[in-house]
Design a binder for this molecule. Structure first.
Ligand SMILES: Cc1cc2nc3c(=O)[nH]c(=O)nc-3n(C[C@H](O)[C@H](O)[C@H](O)COP(=O)(O)O)c2cc1C
Ligand code: SF4
Length: 413
């Protein structure tokens, strides 16, 4: 099979079907309205993605409560958001009824922004901190997650991604650094309880075999005590716990996992390979394969960090650029059993129509992401986000932001 056929081939996910192997990453864009509902800008972004025909589209990190937000203008999913979300999904499904949409449910925990949220922690990290969470508070957060998943189901989402990555509460609880001896910390049995119970509770509450449940996982957070390390004070990679987690989640109904690494507020270049160090993308493939080898054949693995390959001329040495393109590397990895789908993050900003263009034989018209990371700058500065290279609205937003705030002097969220 050629790369085009591989990438455009369908795949079963649970009882559902993804029409092709393109998975749109959760990409938060700070453009919700004051109530946390999708705005016109949000609708425009997702309408373009639905027109673009990726098989599965993730609705960016949506906060399960008002006080658990890391960004101002973040989407929220509480009973008062249900009507707006229902209208939003209805409009998107009218654009393309075939694309599946999963909501990435999140609580920011220690990354909740104290300017407009309540910063809470399971065990204070150096430089972060917040109110120490009690067992009762975590139980309540699980009630809120369950309610949010029920709302997602009710408003027409096809599933949820229970976020266990990038340093938000889901990762804070499972990492070895959560060494405090309590119901949700200390031993692996205690640290995994939150994720395992949450899957069981949500599956019971939603009670719909067609509703997808999965998680994006930081397989290695890349700092001492982060998830995927071997001890609370060690940075050594140890996949015992990540693999035990995915097996336990599979037993509790997980149908897909999205591979990622790092935490953008601490180890941002692991999350998304940068122009200066594009080869970090190679590292991700090993973790995708580790996941693929650990799960049942029917569980779908989605690999991240494919945006950097672009047209294949990305400063990646010792390989033929013509063979090292995003589309060819992605298809090869699917054919070799490294991943089942490829996730597009920044690339989905640069060209939301990529799958459609490929299908229609217009590959030469694809705008490939240049990895300039200007969209990341907008995220760090909490401005509405999109591609500053190929979309004039966001080029102007960037120019105005720099005029207003000056030069950016940090490289993490
Ligand atoms: C502006 C921006 C927003 C992001 N928002 C999210 C998010 O809401 N949830 C998430 O899991 N990852 C988020 N990420 C990380 C991406 O989903 C993805 O994992 C990362 O960019 C690597 O993929 P890429 O190389 O295709 O861009 C974000 C990244 C950027 C640049
Ligand atoms: S702003 Fe730069 S990094 Fe972001 S999507 Fe556009 S080209 Fe890619």
């Amino acid at each position: 099979m050629g790369y085009k056929e591989t990438l455009l081939s369908p795949i079963k996910v649970g009882t559902r079907e993804s029409k092709n192997r393109f998975f749109i990453q959760a990409m938060e864009c700070c453009d919700a309205d004051k109530e946390g509902n999708p705005s016109e800008l949000t609708l425009e972004r997702y309408t373009n993605l639905f027109r673009g025909k990726a098989g599965i589209i993730t609705l960016e990190a949506i906060s399960i409560t008002h006080e658990s937000r890391s960004r101002d203008n973040q989407l929220m999913i509480m009973p008062e958001n249900a009507e707006a979300l229902k209208r939003f999904i209805k409009k998107l499904k009218e654009v393309n009824p075939d694309a599946l949409i999963v909501f990435q449910l999140t609580h920011s925990g220690e990354l909740s922004n104290p300017n407009f949220s309540r910063r809470v922690t399971v065990n204070p990290l150096y430089g972060y901190g917040g109110d120490l969470l009690t067992e009762e508070e975590v139980d309540k957060i699980m009630d809120e997650y369950t309610l949010s998943a029920q709302i997602a189901h009710e408003v027409g989402a096809d599933g949820v991604d229970l976020k266990l990555c990038h340093g938000y509460l889901g990762s804070q609880i499972i990492r070895p650094y959560n060494s405090r001896d309590w119901k949700y910390g200390g031993s692996w049995e205690n640290r995994s309880r939150f994720a395992f119970d949450l899957y069981e509770r949500i599956s019971r509450a939603v009670n719909d075999k067609n509703f997808l449940i999965g998680s994006k996982l930081s397989m290695w957070e890349g700092f001492p005590g982060g998830f995927g390390t071997d001890a609370e004070d060690s940075a050594l990679i140890d996949l015992k716990e990540p693999l035990s987690l995915v097996k336990g989640l599979e037993e509790r109904g997980a149908q897909y996992f999205v591979e990622t690494l790092g935490s953008p507020s601490i180890t941002v270049s692991l999350v998304q390979a940068e122009r200066q160090h594009p080869y970090i993308a190679y590292l991700h493939q090993t973790f995708q394969k580790a996941l693929k080898d650990a799960v049942k054949p029917e569980t779908v693995i989605v690999g991240s960090n494919y945006s950097v390959y672009g047209r294949g001329n990305r400063g990646l040495q010792a390989c033929d650029p013509a063979e090292n393109t995003m589309l060819k590397v992605g298809a090869r990895n699917i054919e070799r059993g490294i991943t089942d789908m490829i996730a597009l993050g920044r690339q989905s900003f640069a060209d939301p129509l990529l799958p459609l263009k490929l299908e229609e034989g217009k590959e030469q018209d694809i705008h490939f992401c240049t990895i300039c990371d200007n969209c990341l700058e907008l995220l760090i500065r909490q401005k509405p986000i999109g591609c500053c290279t190929f979309n004039k609205y966001y080029t102007d937003t960037l120019v105005n932001t720099r005029k207003e705030m000056g030069k950016l002097n940090q490289n993490h969220t």
